[in-house]
Design a binder for this molecule. Structure first.
Ligand code: SF4
Ligand code: SF4
Length: 403
């Protein structure tokens, strides 16, 4: 068995299309595991994850995956997913499970992995707890990290602070430098809020000045009960403008800097399955495993009504075939009339059901960021297509290595 990294595998595609008949079951091709559930050591102003009303575990103070649950998870999933198993850890803050938990994980992966099996590990973190011991583990087993950092100090610290209300920037940048010194592979996850969305040039230059060459931007979209955007939420037009300006800045750097959305557009144009679920035809690429083994179809729908089972009592093939999983997967196929007539439908597939559902709890609505997608597709598809054609004519084309 080899333990290796791969491009951030949170939402790696299954390669199978949905079959609502008696055809093959869409495989669960990666896991998003929450060893500390939604619990976090920070108190970011824009985070609505910890206190969600729909969180089934909200009332439970201590939420940590036991080693028994971890062992069962690794044993059963490696058997099911042979020849490759993809484990991604997220929270809340997954490092709260502690380093010994992750050392045990690797031990179980070695014990239960079979000859010829490849195992990938990734972890999304706020980087507050990272030290040399964590880096030793990450580097030894080629983990891929995602580190949350929203830009320069005054931008990041506007919303990202600790339980005492103090900014986190200095500590996170220390961790970034530690990861760089240890040659741990990582990308930066930047949440786009009202603090930074109108500053694309400044943001891009900041990350480049830190030597960051792998970035992803997550647009913030939270709404009140009447469907009105909350103050941190960005507008579709702001997001579209940001993406187009960053695209122009990135274009001369495109052989050395990866920006996830642009990579994903290129993958779609090249006829590959993009590495993000939002650009897949259906929502069945991965599942979420909560601290107690409960399984859900998507990180944004960890709710009782979408629970698919529990790894302690259900087998992976049983979970994969649950009617609820088919039902959730098909939400993405409820095409809005605008999507049906859209020239980008074959790339976008109607966006993300979470962003359709967020404002008015209707899956059949248009994705909140539709206008932004149209802006960036209009700006990027022609040059990316031309570049792909040039590369295919040239020395060989490997989108996974970046364009
Ligand atoms: S709802 Fe959105 S985030 Fe969830 S699986 Fe579907 S596309 Fe992905
Ligand atoms: S860009 Fe908008 S209209 Fe077009 S497929 Fe995506 S969400 Fe639908």
């Amino acid at each position: 068995m080899g333990i290796a990294s791969n491009p951030f595998p949170l939402y790696v595609g299954s390669g199978n299309s949905l079959d609502l008949g008696l055809g093959p079951t869409p495989r669960i091709s990666s896991l998003l595991i929450k060893p500390a559930s939604a619990v976090c050591n920070l108190d970011c102003a824009y985070c609505f994850y910890l206190d969600r009303d729909a969180d089934p575990y909200k009332a439970l103070p201590a939420r940590a995956m036991t080693l028994d649950t971890l062992e069962r998870l690794v044993d059963t999933y490696l058997f099911y997913s042979y020849p490759s198993g993809v484990f991604a850890f997220q929270g809340g803050e997954p490092t709260l499970a502690g380093l010994p938990f992750f050392e045990k994980l690797v031990e179980f992966q070695k014990r239960y992995g079979r000859d010829g099996q490849t195992v990938s590990n990734a972890l999304q973190t706020n980087a507050i707890l990272l030290d040399q011991h964590w880096c030793d583990l990450f580097r030894s087993y080629q983990w891929l990290l995602g580190v949350s950092l929203d830009g320069p100090e005054e931008v990041n610290d506007r919303y990202r602070f600790n339980k005492q209300g103090r900014g986190t920037w200095k500590r996170v940048v220390q961790s970034v430098e530690l990861l760089q010194r240890n040659q741990v592979e990582f990308n930066i996850l930047c949440v786009l809020s009202q603090a930074n969305v109108d500053r694309p040039k400044e943001l891009y230059r900041f990350y480049r000045s830190l030597g960051i060459d792998n970035l992803q931007f997550i647009p913030l979209a939270e709404f009140d009960q009447d469907g009105n955007p909350l103050p941190f939420t960005i507008s579709p037009e702001q997001y579209g403008r940001f993406l187009c300006e960053v695209f122009d800045l990135w274009w001369p750097d495109r052989r050395k800097v990866r920006i996830r959305f642009f990579d994903n557009i290129a993958e779609a144009l090249a006829g590959q399955k993009p590495g993000t679920c939002t650009m897949h035809e259906t929502c069945d690429s991965y599942v979420v495993v909560e601290y107690n083994g409960d399984v859900y179809p998507c990180d944004f729908f960890v709710e009782q009504s979408w629970k698919l089972g529990n790894i302690v009592v259900d087998s992976w093939p049983e979970i994969a075939r649950r009617t609820r999983r088919y039902s959730f997967a098909s939400k993405k196929t409820l095409a809005h009339p605008e999507c049906q007539a859209c020239e980008y439908q074959s790339i976008c597939h109607g966006g993300c059901p979470k962003l359709r559902h967020a404002a008015h709890a209707r899956f059949e609505d248009l994705d909140y960021f539709c206008q932004a997608y149209k802006m960036i597709y209009a700006r990027s598809t022609a040059p990316l297509r031309a570049d792909l054609a040039k590369m295919q004519r040239g020395a060989g084309f490997h989108p996974a290595a970046g364009l």
